[in-house]
Design a protein around this ligand. Structure first.
Ligand code: HPA
Length: 289
């Protein structure tokens, strides 16, 4: 039996009565520290949430944190579940659907990734412009749940152009050198072979990692606006002498963690101002908030 996001969402709602998050955040490997900056309303272990898939990877705390970040009401997944853990892909639809049911309109996804560009090395951030899902898996395969979205939907501009411009403007203001590129999702759990990397380069990848596309597919299906940022922890296999391991990923994720925290907080602060302004405009047009 598939997991039921409605049951999970009811449980979370009861843990934070009256609190409606507007933005969802997914924090990738070694990036859980951003959750510590949240002015917490409620924090719930994934293991306590009924009908919620469970993560098994070290460095992924597995907690849902609700509260305010940069003044914005957010719900944050501190840790995520990956396809390579062997989970039924359909169950991977649950976390994002729970966030949608809680009230979010925007999903911001982060991950750790290897870079194909020598001039965009460890410690840099890359804004995703698009993705290539090379896993042959998709949480939306199977009977379509019409309560969330249509059977067929477009993935053009999946990474919201306005949110991307907004991230770029904030990065410029903070003097953070934000790269931009295409993320390729490799199933893992092994890192890629150098031959695979050469092949992926010809496909148009700028970064490679083992997450993100399931969440983005589910989010776009249910009409959420999406942005995603890779924390570059290494150059891809064959491009540097560093031996890739999960420890190396976690260690190097710290290099850009501070930049990512600043970027995210100021992004949310300014987004909140924009949202407030658009509400005022709506009022001026005679609509109720
Ligand atoms: N490949 C896949 N996943 C990753 C990498 C990589 O080089 N770096 C961090 N996560």
């Amino acid at each position: 039996m598939a997991l039921d996001p409605f049951v999970a969402a009811d449980f979370v709602r009861n843990a934070a009565p009256g609190f409606t998050p507007r933005v969802g955040l997914v924090l990738g490997s070694g990036l859980g520290g951003l959750a510590d900056k949240i002015d917490v309303v409620s924090s719930i272990d994934f293991t306590d949430i009924p009908e919620f898939p469970q993560s098994t990877v070290e460095g992924h705390a597995g907690r849902l944190v609700l509260g305010r970040l940069g003044g914005m009401p957010v719900v944050c997944m501190q840790g995520r579940i990956h396809l390579y853990e062997g989970i039924d892909p359909q169950d991977l639809a649950v976390p994002v659907r729970v966030l949608k049911l809680l009230g979010i309109e925007i999903l911001i996804v982060t991950n750790a990734a290897g870079s194909f560009h020598e001039d965009v090395g460890p410690g840099r951030l890359m804004l995703l412009s698009d993705h290539i899902n090379l896993t042959s898996r998709n949480p939306l395969v199977g009977e379509n749940d019409e309560r969330f979205g249509p059977r067929f939907f477009s993935m053009e501009e999946a990474y919201d152009p306005i949110l991307r411009e907004h991230f770029k403007a904030v990065a410029k203001e903070l003097e953070i050198d934000l790269a931009e590129g295409v993320y390729l999702h490799y199933l893992g759990p092994n890192f890629e072979t150098p031959a695979e990397i050469r092949a992926f380069k010809t496909l148009g990848a700028d970064a490679v990692g083992m997450s993100t596309t399931p969440e983005v597919l589910v989010a776009r299906h249910c009409g959420l606006r999406v942005a995603a940022i890779s924390n570059i922890t290494n150059l891809v296999a064959g491009l540097s002498k560093t031996k890739l391991s999960h420890e190396q990923t976690l260690e190097c994720a710290q290099l850009a963690a501070e930049d990512l925290e600043k970027l995210m907080i100021i992004f949310l602060e300014t987004l909140k101002r924009e949202l407030l302004k658009s509400h005022i405009r709506e009022d001026a047009n005679g609509n109720n908030q």
